[in-house]
Write a protein that binds this ligand. Structure first.
Ligand code: CP3
Length: 342
């Protein structure tokens, strides 16, 4: 009999003696082998669009740490690029994109049926990964949530407070909402293609959800995510979906049900007692402070065991509260895994 993959088991609501574990941004610069492959590809975007090498970097943390999930190697900003935005990553600074501020900018975006001319290498990456992954590892596809993607498309870069997007919403709601609609449609298509190619789990990153006030949170985080999930579920009723509404604070409550997600990823600002309460609603994932992966030691061990023990009675996926950082020490990942798996 083939045993159910641990990650899928937790997403189906099961309680496991040892929780499945993977890390946000597990394929990345903290690994020397990632830096070597990126150098071979030339730069980050060339790596994203090179299926052989992208699959290779997805597999690196699996080989090293035997994680229970592999995430496809791509970026949430490939959708803007596929829609026609100019995109580049500036070393040490982050992404730079052409901006959206008026109707004319929207008119210049490509129709949804043209985005695959940019995105098809990603589907190829998924297929390669599917053929190479160990049997017990689940393949995770992903995209950014419409709000988070819109914040980058409007500002043309990452911002601390997402002010340009909030301003567009206030001053030109029609353009803002048309952009959100367009991203939502592109994302549904993109994720559908990832599932067709072999993704077994989908994660939606709403990394800037925390800057939305109560009404905007409903309209621009929950509603578009719900639209994506319900569209995917019409085609693939069983596909498990994890959503990460980073910084959602009290709005984490009820979030899984309102969006239709099977799991919520919890950032490190949430207390373990609140996380435990959320576990009564859904499978919880995350919360370990990523800065602990830099220095490690007893602090890391204690925090790891604390999360594992407090979440042991319900569906749980072990993960960080946000992405692992480039200065993290791979040895600390091993330390954490020992504390989880014994
Ligand atoms: O292991 C993995 O998770 C790899 C796939 C992945 C990447 N980005 C690769 C990447 C995933 C799932 C993402 C998600 C992503 N990208 C998010 C949501 C998660 C989060 O962190 O909140 C966001 C907001 C982005 C946008 C983005 N990509 C920024 C702002 C930056 C620059 C800052 C940074 O963290 O480097 C990136 C670059 C990026 N995306 C890198 C990687 C491995 C580093 C690029 C490099 O090699 O120089």
């Amino acid at each position: 009999m083939i045993k159910e993959k641990l990650l899928l088991s937790a997403l189906n609501g099961n309680v496991n003696t040892i929780p499945p574990v993977w890390l946000m941004r597990q394929a990345g610069r903290y690994l020397p082998e990632y830096r070597a492959t990126r150098a071979r590809a030339g730069d980050f975007l060339s790596l994203c669009y090179n299926p052989e090498l992208a699959a290779e970097v997805s597999l690196q943390p699996i080989k090293r740490f035997q994680f229970d999930g592999a995430i496809i190697f791509a970026d949430i900003l490939l959708i803007p690029q596929a829609l026609g935005a100019d995109l580049k990553f500036v070393e040490g600074e982050g992404p730079r994109l052409s901006t959206i501020s008026m109707q004319k900018d929207l008119d210049n975006l490509k129709p949804i049926d043209e985005i695959d001319s940019t995105l098809s290498p990603v589907y190829e990456t998924v297929k390669i990964l599917k053929s190479k992954l160990p049997d017990n590892v689940a393949l995770i596809g992903f995209a950014g949530a419409p709000w988070t993607v819109a914040t980058y498309m409007i500002a043309g870069r990452g911002t601390v407070d997402q002010a340009p997007a909030h301003n567009l919403l206030k001053n030109n709601k029609l353009v803002f909402e048309s952009l959100m609609e367009k991203i939502t449609e592109a994302t549904i298509h993109y994720l559908k293609k990832q599932i067709e190619a072999g993704a077994e789990v989908i994660k939606i990153f709403d990394s800037w959800a925390g800057s939305l006030g109560p009404n905007d949170f409903v309209n621009y985080s929950i509603k578009p995510i719900n639209k994506i999930i319900s569209s995917l579920k019409k085609m693939y009723p069983k596909i498990p979906i994890i959503v990460f509404p980073r910084g959602a604070n009290q709005f984490y409550k009820g979030f899984a049900k309102k969006t239709g997600a099977q799991s919520v990823a919890i950032d490190q600002s949430i207390s373990l007692s609140f996380m435990k309460a959320l576990q009564a609603e859904t499978c919880v994932q995350g919360n370990l402070d990523p800065t602990l992966m830099v220095n490690g030691g007893k602090e890391l061990l204690d925090a790891t065991k604390n999360i594992r023990d407090k979440m042991a009675e319900g569906p749980h996926i072990f993960n960080l509260g946000h992405g692992i950082t480039p200065d993290a020490n791979p040895k600390n990942v091993e330390l954490m895994l020992k504390a989880i798996r014994g």
